[in-house]
Design a protein around this ligand. Structure first.
Ligand SMILES: [Zn+2]
Length: 121
């Protein structure tokens, strides 16, 4: 069953806040050009083009870069209306999991499967 619009909006706000937090953390006080007046999804797309300069990506660590990518991917999935769907099996990810990890793209089963596969390598 797809997520209710109100739930989706909540996750979207969480993701936008997370993204802003990441950008603020890595840029310190130098975030002026990244601030926008609204929280619309279009603003995020605009921000992305200015934020993803080469220097910016080089200035942040791997962990932040990966997380930022995950957050952006999740926002993109909201736009594509596939948010909450597991990329592995296509089932809906549980709301409890999304509340803890709004940028999760795999359900718990597929995530465990992937971690098992990774540790075998
Ligand atoms: Zn799955």
């Amino acid at each position: 069953m797809p997520l209710k619009a109100v739930k989706l909006e909540k996750f979207k706000q969480q993701l936008i806040a997370k993204r802003r937090q990441l950008l603020t953390e890595v840029r310190g006080s130098n975030t002026g050009s990244l601030e926008t007046s609204g929280d619309g999804i279009q603003d995020i797309a605009d921000q992305a083009s200015s934020a993803y300069t080469k220097e910016f990506l080089l200035s942040i660590g791997d962990a932040e870069r990966r997380l930022l990518k995950q957050v952006d991917d999740a926002l993109e999935r909201i736009r594509q209306q596939t948010f909450g769907q597991c990329e592995g099996c296509g089932e809906m990810i549980s709301e409890r999991r999304l509340e803890a990890l709004p940028f999760a793209k795999l359900c718990i089963g597929c995530q465990e499967e992937e971690e098992r596969a990774r540790s075998r390598r």
